[in-house]
Write a protein that binds this ligand. Structure first.
Ligand code: SF4
Length: 467
C-alpha cells in the first residue's frame, strides 16, 4: 500500500489554540431549526462510495444541509482543529439541529471541544507507547490492535483517537504491514488481532483483503476482529461483495459502535443482518456520552434494539480522558447507576460490561454495582437487583485437595492459596514497582557487602535482637 492512499486530505498547521476555559456559551446557544435532508429520489443514496464522496466536510457544506446553522461560525473554527466528516445518511438521522439531538451531538463540532484542562491528553491510553512497530498496539499478552487506516466515514466528536483520525486520510503502507506480520510471527502468544483505525471498512475491499490475508498468514493468530462504526454511519458499505470477502478469513468477528437507539434504523439493521448472515458474530461497544445515552432508559432501549438486530452489547465504555471530549464526559457514578438499572430488566445477553479504559495504558477495568454485602468463611451475603438480601452458604467440605487439574499446564497461584493460609500475598511479577523494590534490595545488599562498617553494624544489630 505504499503510495496507495485511499483518499488524502492533509490538514495544515494553522489550528486555533486550545483553551483552558470551557466556552460554554456558544454551545448552549446552538438551538436552531433545521432543514432536514431527504434521501428519497436520490438513485445514488445506497452507493457507499457516493456517500463517502459526498460527506459533509466543511462549514459551508454543513450549512447547505442545515441553513439555520449559518450564524454558528464557531463550528468552522473547531473543525479546523478536529476534522469533521458526516455521511449524508448519518446527517439524515438528525431530527433537530441542536444539542437536544444525540446524532447532532455526536457528529457536529462544538466550541467546547477546544476546552483543554490539564488532565486530558491527546493519547490518554498511551497507545503510542505500546507500539512495538508502527501501526500495531500490543498491550495485552494475547491481543494486538492493528491500525489499518486513519480514515473514517464519520468523525465522531467523542473519538479516542482524535489525535490521528482524519488528519491525513491514508492507509498503512506495505512496509508497515510487512513489519507488523514479522512482529506477529515473532510473538506467537498473540492469538487475536483487532483491525481498527480509523475505520477499516472505509478501505477498498481489495486493500482490506490484503491486510486480512497478511494477518491470516501468521499461523498463531486464531481470530481476527474488526472494529468499525460503518454499520452505524455508512450501512450501505456492508455489501455482499464485502461480506463474502470477510467470510474467507473466518473466524472473523465484528465489533461495531452504536451509542443511541436513533442509530438503529432499517438500513443499519440490514447491514448487521448481512454481516451476521455471513457467519460473523457481532458485538457492540458503546461510549457513555453526556446528553446522548447517559440515561438508563435510553441504554435499555439501545440494548434491546441491538439484540433484536443480532448484535450482542459487549462493552459500555466510560469516556476516555481524551482532549476535545470533556463536554461529553459523565461521572463514573452515572455508568454504575445505568448498570444497576439494566440488571434484572434485561437478560444477561443484552447487558454490556461497563469498563474504564484507564489512563497510562492500564487497560480496561470493569466497574460494577456492589452486590456483595458481606463475606465470612461460612457465608456470603448477597444483594439482588431488587434489593433483596440473601445468604449464600459456602461449601462445608473445604478445599483440601486443591483445584481442578491443570492438564499439565504450569500452576497459577490463586486466591485459594491465600484463603487456605498457604500464602500471604500474590503480587504480579514484572510489575514496575516490584522491579524498583527488587532493585533497591539488591542495592542495599551491595552497600552492605562493599562497606564493612555497615556489615559489622548489621551483625551487631542482629545479635542484639537475637536474629
Ligand atoms: S469511527 Fe471510530 S475511529 Fe472513527 S472517529 Fe468514530 S470513534 Fe473515532
Amino acid at each position: 500500500m505504499n503510495g496507495e492512499v485511499v483518499n488524502e486530505t492533509v490538514k495544515g498547521n494553522d489550528e486555533p489554540p486550545l483553551s483552558s476555559e470551557p466556552p460554554a456559551a456558544e454551545a448552549t446557544a446552538l438551538s436552531v431549526s433545521c432543514a432536514l435532508p431527504r434521501p428519497a429520489q436520490n438513485p445514488k443514496w445506497s452507493d457507499w462510495r457516493w456517500q463517502i464522496r459526498n460527506r459533509i466536510r466543511s462549514f459551508q457544506e454543513l450549512t447547505d444541509f442545515f441553513p439555520s446553522l449559518r450564524s454558528q461560525t464557531g463550528i468552522a473554527k473547531v473543525a479546523e482543529k478536529y476534522p469533521m466528516a458526516i455521511t449524508p445518511y448519518y446527517a439524515s438521522l438528525i431530527r433537530s439541529a441542536d444539542l437536544s439531538d444525540p446524532i447532532f451531538l455526536m457528529s457536529v463540532p462544538q466550541g467546547q471541544e477546544l476546552f483543554a484542562p490539564e488532565f486530558l491528553h491527546a493519547d490518554p491510553l498511551e497507545e503510542e507507547e505500546d507500539m512495538p512497530v508502527p501501526g500495531l498496539v500490543h498491550r495485552y499478552r494475547d491481543r494486538a490492535l492493528l491500525m489499518a487506516t486513519t480514515m473514517c466515514s464519520m468523525y465522531c466528536r467523542h473519538c479516542t483517537r482524535k489525535r490521528v483520525a482524519g488528519y491525513q486520510e491514508s492507509s498503512i503502507s506495505v512496509q508497515q504491514l510487512n513489519d507488523i506480520v514479522t512482529y506477529l510471527k515473532a510473538h506467537p502468544e498473540i492469538k487475536d488481532v483487532i483491525i481498527s483505525g480509523g475505520d477499516p471498512l472505509t478501505m477498498a475491499t481489495s486493500l482490506l483483503e490484503r491486510i486480512l490475508m497478511a494477518v491470516r498468514s501468521v499461523p498463531s493468530v486464531e481470530i481476527i476482529r474488526l472494529g468499525t462504526r460503518v454499520p452505524v454511519v455508512l450501512p450501505q458499505r456492508i455489501t455482499n461483495e464485502l461480506t463474502q470477502m470477510l467470510a474467507k478469513y473466518h473466524p472473523v468477528w465484528v465489533n461495531t459502535h452504536f451509542n443511541h437507539p436513533n442509530e438503529v434504523t432499517p438500513e443499519s439493521q440490514a447491514a448487521c443482518a448481512r454481516l451476521a448472515n455471513a457467519g460473523i458474530p457481532l458485538g457492540n461497544q458503546s461510549v457513555l456520552l453526556k446528553g446522548v445515552n447517559d440515561s438508563p432508559q435510553v441504554m435499555e432501549e439501545l440494548c434491546r434494539a441491538l439484540v433484536r438486530s443480532r448484535v450482542r452489547p459487549y462493552y459500555l465504555f466510560q469516556c476516555d480522558l481524551v482532549r476535545g471530549v470533556e463536554h461529553l464526559r459523565t461521572p463514573l457514578s452515572r455508568g454504575i447507576e445505568i448498570m444497576e438499572y439494566l440488571r434484572g430488566r434485561l437478560s444477561g445477553l443484552a447487558i454490556p460490561t461497563f469498563v474504564v479504559d484507564t489512563p497510562h495504558g492500564g487497560g480496561k477495568i470493569p466497574i460494577l454495582p456492589n452486590y456483595i454485602v458481606s463475606m465470612s468463611p461460612s457465608h456470603t451475603v448477597l444483594r439482588n437487583y431488587e434489593g433483596m438480601i440473601v445468604n449464600y452458604p459456602e461449601p462445608v467440605v473445604r478445599e483440601t485437595h486443591g483445584r481442578a487439574n491443570n492438564c499439565g499446564k504450569s500452576h497459577t497461584p490463586g486466591v485459594w492459596e491465600l484463603s487456605a493460609g498457604h500464602s500471604s500475598v500474590i503480587a504480579p511479577s514484572g510489575a514496575a514497582r516490584q522491579k524498583r523494590r527488587a532493585g533497591r534490595k539488591n542495592h542495599r545488599a551491595e552497600d552492605v557487602a562493599t562497606h564493612p562498617e555497615f556489615s559489622s553494624l548489621l551483625q551487631s544489630i542482629l545479635s542484639e535482637s537475637g536474629g
